[in-house]
Design a binder for this molecule. Structure first.
Ligand SMILES: [Cu+2]
Length: 69
């Protein structure tokens, strides 16, 4: 397992947080997601053989938020 911290823009409330969390947790290879709303930091624990950064970005975009580089 690896852990990465993504900076996500646009999450403003508990609902946004839950949406992003649910989308990532439903992605194959993602083991755990923890989100800090005030900073927009999304910590993802994942299996690098099953999922990559591009896929995670795509999932987050898919529910309406942007990943900052
Ligand atoms: Cu919200």
């Amino acid at each position: 397992m690896e852990k990465i911290i993504l900076k996500v823009w646009g999450m403003e409330c508990g609902h946004c947080k839950a949406t992003v969390q649910k989308a990532l947790k439903g992605t194959m290879g993602v083991a755990d997601v923890s989100i800090d709303l005030p900073t927009g930091e999304v910590a993802v624990t994942f299996d690098p053989t099953a999922v990559g950064l591009d896929k995670m970005k795509e999932v987050i975009k898919g529910v309406g938020y942007e990943v900052l580089d």
